[in-house]
Design a protein around this ligand. Structure first.
Ligand code: NAD
Ligand code: UDX
Length: 470
C-alpha cells in the first residue's frame, strides 16, 4: 500500500504525518502546488503551528513521509489518493457567498484521472457538499482510460490547536463508500492505532452530509450560548454560570458552551453556508433559514462586542489606544481564517481607534493582510481612508505589555494561556485611567482585575457599575 495526499494544508499535513507515524511500513507522499508551503514542510519551520506536530513530522519525515510538488508522479505511484484541498465559499457567480467552491477538488479528480492507471482508491478528505462523490466518479470514469477506481468519503474531524490529540485519539473515524474492499483497505490503516469500534462506516452520502452536520451542530451550540450571553448582559445573569448549570444536564453536556466574541476558523461559517445552499437547492427554504440564523447570530456577536467597547468608552474611541491581545481564531494555532478578531479590529479602526496588536503566533504580515481583506468590497476595492487607517493606526507589539502600555483599554480576543500569566499590576500601572479591560473570551480572573483597579467588561456578564447599582 502506498499513499498520496493532494493538499499539504492544515488537514493534509497533520493527518498524513499521523498515518506515516503510525504505519512506518506505508510510504506517504504529500503533494501541493504551493512550493513555499512544501519547502516549509521540509524545513524546521513548519508552515502551521500545532502543538506536538513537529515531533510527529520529525519522526516520519525522511523515513516514510515525503513532501513535494511532484503531483503527477505521486499520484501515479500510489494505491490510495487522498484529496485534501481547500473548499472555500464561492465568491463569484451562482451560489456566491454560500456554495462551496469545488474548483480545486474537480482539478484534483481530473489530475488523478490523467496520471493514473490500474486500480486506485480515491478518498475525499476535504469537506464536501453531499453528492460530490457522484461528480468525482463521473470525472474519473470519463477521463481515465486504463483506470478502475473506488471513491470513499473520509471526512476529517480534527480541530486546530488540538489536531495531534484529535488524530491520536479520535471520537470516531467515518468512512463512507460503496465497495467493501475499499472500505476495508482504509479501515485497516486507521485500525493500526484506533479501536475498531470507533471506525464507523456508512454510505457515501451519509458520510459527506455528516461532516457538514457535525460542524453545523457545534457552531449552533456556540451561537446558542452567545445569544444567551446578550440576555445575561442585559439582566445580571452570568453566562458562565448558566453554561455550567445547563452543561451538567447529561443530555446537554458541558462542551462547546464557552461564550465568546463569536466562532471563527476556516470551517464553521463556510460549512453552514454550504448546508444552507444545499437546502435551498433541494427546495427546503425553511431548513435553510433555520441554519442561516447560526451565522447571523455569530455576526451579531462580533458586532455587539465592538459596539460595547465604543459605548463603554464614553461613545468614542477616536485616537484612543486599544491594546489587542490575540488575533488567531482560537489559542494554539497561527490560523486567522475568519477570526472574529479581524472584524472587531476593523470596526474599531473605522471608529478611528489606534490598535496595538499582539499575538504570540500570528505574523504582522498576516494581520495587515487580513485587515486589508476585511476592508475590501465585493469588487475588490479598498478605500483610501481604510488603507491609510491600516497603515497608520495599526501597530504590532512584541508582547502583551508593549501592546497595552499607555493604552486606554485592553481587548482580549484570543484565549492564549500566556495572557493569564501576565503581571496585571504592571499592566495596570502602564495604562491610562479608567483602565478598561474587555474580556472577549472570559479568560481572566475578573475579581482580581477589579481589585487591582481595572474596569472589566466581559462577555455575558453585566458591568461592574451595573452590579454595584443592583
Ligand atoms: P488549506 O488551505 O490549509 O490547504 C489546502 C492545500 O491544498 C493548499 O496548500 C493548496 O495549495 C492545496 N491545493 C489546492 N488545489 C490543489 C491542487 N489542485 N493540487 C495540489 N494542491 C492543491 O486547507 P485545510 O484547512 O487543510 O482544509 C482542507 C479541507 O479540509 C477543506 O475542505 C476543509 O473544509 C477541510 N477541513 C479542514 C479542517 C481544519 O481544521 N482546517 C478540519 C476538518 C476539515
Ligand atoms: C472545527 C470542528 O471543531 C472540527 O471538528 C472540524 O474538523 C473543523 O472545525 P476548529 O474550527 O479548528 O474545528 O476549532 P473549534 O475548536 O471547533 O473552534 C471553532 C471556533 O469556535 C473558534 O473560534 C472557537 O474559539 C469558537 N468556540 C468554540 C467558542 O467560541 N466556544 C466554544 O465553546 C467552542
Amino acid at each position: 500500500m502506498k499513499i498520496c495526499c493532494i493538499g499539504a494544508g492544515y488537514v493534509g499535513g497533520p493527518t498524513m504525518a499521523m498515518i506515516a507515524k503510525q504505519c512506518p511500513d506505508i510510504p506517504v507522499h504529500v503533494v501541493d502546488l504551493n512550493q513555499a508551503r512544501i519547502d516549509a514542510w521540509n524545513s524546521e519551520e513548519l508552515p502551521i503551528y500545532e502543538p506536538g506536530l513537529h515531533e510527529v513530522v520529525k519522526e516520519a519525515r525522511g523515513r516514510n513521509l515525503t513532501f513535494s510538488t511532484q503531483v503527477d508522479a505521486a499520484i501515479e505511484d500510489s494505491d490510495m489518493v487522498f484529496i485534501s484541498v481547500n473548499t472555500p465559499t464561492k465568491t463569484y457567480g451562482i451560489g456566491a457567498g454560500r456554495a462551496a467552491n469545488l474548483e480545486f477538488v474537480e482539478k484534483c479528480a481530473r489530475q488523478i484521472a490523467r496520471s493514473s492507471s490500474g486500480h486506485k482508491i480515491v478518498v475525499e478528505k476535504s469537506t464536501l457538499p453531499v453528492r460530490t462523490a457522484q461528480a468525482v466518479k463521473r470525472i474519473l470514469s470519463s477521463e481515465a482510460k486504463d483506470l478502475t477506481f473506488d471513491v470513499l468519503s473520509n471526512p476529517e474531524f480534527l480541530a486546530e490547536g488540538t489536531a495531534i490529540d484529535d488524530l491520536l485519539d479520535p471520537d470516531r473515524v467515518l468512512i463512507g463508500g460503496e465497495s467493501q474492499r475499499a472500505i476495508d483497505a482504509l479501515s485497516e490503516i486507521y485500525a493500526r492505532w484506533i479501536p475498531r469500534e470507533r471506525i464507523l462506516t456508512t454510505n457515501l452520502w451519509s458520510s459527506e452530509l455528516s461532516k457538514l452536520t457535525a460542524n453545523a451542530f457545534l457552531a449552533q451550540r456556540v451561537s446558542s450560548i452567545n445569544a444567551i450571553s446578550a440576555l445575561c448582559e442585559a439582566t445580571g445573569a452570568d453566562v458562565d454560570e448558566v453554561a455550567r448549570a445547563i452543561g451538567t444536564d447529561s443530555r446537554i453536556g458541558p462542551k462547546f458552551l464557552k461564550s465568546s466574541i463569536g466562532f471563527g476558523g476556516s470551517c464553521f461559517q463556510k460549512d453552514i453556508l454550504n448546508l444552507v445552499y444545499l437546502c435551498e437547492h433541494f427546495g427546503l427554504p425553511e431548513v435553510a433559514a433555520y441554519w442561516e440564523q447560526v451565522v447571523t447570530m455569530n455576526d451579531h456577536q462580533k458586532q455587539r462586542f465592538s459596539e460595547r467597547i465604543v459605548k463603554t468608552m464614553f461613545n468614542t474611541v477616536s485616537d484612543k489606544k486599544i491594546g489587542v491581545w490575540g488575533f488567531a481564531f482560537k489559542k494554539d494555532t497561527n490560523d486567522t481564517r475568519e477570526s472574529a478578531a479581524i472584524y472587531i479590529c476593523r470596526d474599531l479602526l473605522r471608529e478611528r481607534a489606534r490598535l496595538t496588536i499582539y499575538d504570540p503566533r500570528v505574523s504582522e504580515k498576516q494581520i495587515r493582510s487580513d485587515l486589508t481583506y476585511a476592508c475590501t468590497d465585493a469588487n475588490g476595492q479598498i478605500s483610501a481612508s481604510d488603507q491609510e487607517m491600516i497603515a497608520n493606526n495599526v501597530t504590532i507589539a512584541r508582547d502583551g505589555y508593549e501592546a497595552t502600555s499607555e493604552a486606554h483599554a485592553i481587548a482580549v480576543l484570543t484565549e492564549w494561556n500566556e495572557f493569564k500569566e501576565l503581571d496585571f499590576e504592571r499592566v495596570y500601572q502602564s495604562m491610562l485611567r479608567p483602565a478598561f479591560l474587555f474580556d472577549g473570551r472570559n479568560l481572566l480572573d475578573h475579581d482580581r482585575l477589579e481589585s487591582i483597579g481595572f474596569e472589566v467588561h466581559a462577555i455575558g456578564k453585566s458591568s461592574q457599575r451595573r452590579r454595584a447599582e443592583d
